[in-house]
Write a protein that binds this ligand. Structure first.
Ligand code: UDP
Length: 327
C-alpha cells in the first residue's frame, strides 16, 4: 500500500509513519516542519519526505496522485499556538483540509482526517458521543477558532461524502500523548514531565480540578490504521481516546512521584497564561462505544505506563541534546 501522511513529522504522524513502514507500506510525508520535527522521522527507513505545506495545492496533487490512501493529520495544534496565532490556525486548518479534500476527491483516494475533541467545545457533558452538540464560545475569544475551524473541516469532509461519495472518515482525537510530544504549544504531560525533571514547580492552571483522559499514541495509531482499512465506514465520525480520567492536580502529583522530583506545584490563573477571558473545558472524556463496535478498539495502556514512557523519552532527550527545546 502507498500512503501519504500530512504532518508525518509531527508527534502522532511520526508514530503512524513508523507503523505503516513496519507493515511494509510505502510512505510519503508532507510536512512544513512548523510544529513537526525532522528528528521525529529521520530514523524511519524508506520514507519519502516532502518539506512543504498542505496549502501548496500542486504539491498536494502530485503526492495524492502517487498514493492509494491519505492520512490528513496536518493542523495547527496546541492551545498556546492557537491563542498566539489565530490567522495561521484558521487558514492552515480550513484551507489545508479543503486542498486535501479537493485532490483526494479528484483521484478517488481513501482519506482519513484527524479532527479533535475540541469540536465538542464547552458542552457540560462528562462523556461526549459523536452526535452531541458542539457548544462553541464567542468569536471574540480566540481559543474557539480552533474548534470552529476543525468543525468546518468536518462539515466540508462530510459534504464531500454526501454530495460526491468521496470516501472519507473523520476521527476526533481526544488528548493523545506519548514519546516525542513537545510541551512547547501547551500540552500538559510533556510540560509537567520537563518541569519535574528540572525540579521546577509544576504549573497547574486554574484550580487543577479539571479532568482529562490521556490516550497513548501507541493505542491510537492502530485505530487510525484500522479505520483506514474500512472504507465501508466512510462518512462516519469516530471518537478515539481513553476513558481513564485524571484531574490536573492529581496528574501533577503523579508526575512528581514517578520522576522522584523535588518539585512542588504552582497554581497559575488561566489569565496569566492565555490572557483575559480564557475558557477551559472542565471535563472531557470520550464515549468509545462507536469505535469499539466498528473495529473492536480497546485502549491498552494505563496512565502510569504512559507517564513512565514519556518520562523515559524526555529524560533521554534532555541528556542527549541538552539544548533541545523539549518544553
Ligand atoms: N494545563 C496545566 N498546566 C500546563 C498546561 C496545561 O494545568 O502547564 C491544563 C490545561 O489548562 C488543561 C489541561 O491541562 O486543563 C490539558 O491541557 P492540554 O493543553 O494538554 O490539552 P487540552 O485538553 O487543553 O486540549
Amino acid at each position: 500500500m502507498k500512503a501519504l501522511v500530512t504532518c508525518g513529522a509531527g508527534f502522532i504522524g511520526s508514530h503512524l509513519c513508523e507503523a505503516l513502514v513496519a507493515q511494509g507500506d510505502q510512505v510519503f510525508v508532507l510536512d512544513d516542519l512548523s510544529t513537526g520535527r525532522f528528528e521525529n522521522i529521520e530514523h524511519i527507513k524508506g520514507l519519502t519526505c516532502v518539506i512543504d505545506s498542505t496549502l501548496n495545492q500542486e504539491i498536494v496533487r502530485d503526492l495524492v496522485r502517487e498514493v492509494e490512501v491519505v492520512y490528513h493529520l496536518a493542523a495547527t495544534v496546541g492551545v498556546q499556538l492557537v491563542v498566539n496565532e489565530p490567522i495561521r490556525t484558521i487558514v492552515n486548518n480550513i484551507r489545508g483540509t479543503e486542498t486535501v479534500l479537493e485532490e483526494t476527491c479528484r483521484y478517488r483516494r481513501n482519506l482519513l482526517i484527524t479532527s479533535t475533541s475540541e469540536v465538542y467545545g464547552k458542552g457540560m457533558r462528562k462523556v461526549f458521543h459523536e452526535g452531541d452538540d458542539a457548544v462553541i464560545g464567542p468569536t471574540t475569544r480566540t481559543r474557539w477558532c480552533y474548534a470552529a475551524s476543525k468543525a468546518i473541516d468536518e462539515f466540508l469532509a462530510l459534504a464531500y461524502w454526501y454530495e460526491k461519495r468521496h470516501p472519507v472518515i473523520i476521527v476526533r482525537l481526544f488528548n493523545t500523548v506519548g514519546p516525542r510530544q513537545t510541551g512547547r504549544y501547551g500540552m500538559v504531560i510533556p510540560r509537567f514531565v520537563s518541569q519535574a525533571l528540572r525540579n521546577d514547580p509544576l504549573t497547574v492552571y486554574g484550580d487543577g480540578k479539571q479532568t482529562r483522559c490521556f490516550a497513548y499514541v501507541g493505542d491510537v495509531v492502530p485505530a487510525l490504521k484500522g479505520l483506514m482499512a474500512r472504507p465501508d465506514l466512510s462518512g462516519e465520525v469516530f471518537n478515539i481516546g481513553t476513558t481513564e480520567s485524571v484531574t490536573m492536580e492529581d496528574l501533577a502529583r503523579r508526575v512528581i512521584e514517578r520522576t522522584g522530583s523535588a518539585s512542588g506545584i504552582s497554581y497559575v490563573p488561566y489569565d496569566q497564561v492565555y490572557g483575559p477571558g480564557y475558557e477551559d473545558m472542565r471535563h472531557r472524556a470520550p464515549s468509545l462505544d462507536k469505535i469499539k463496535n466498528a473495529i473492536g478498539y480497546q485502549p491498552q495502556t494505563s496512565l502510569n505506563q504512559i507517564l513512565d514512557a514519556v518520562i523515559q523519552d524526555i529524560r533521554r532527550r534532555m541528556s542527549s541534546v541538552p539544548q533541545e527545546p523539549v518544553c
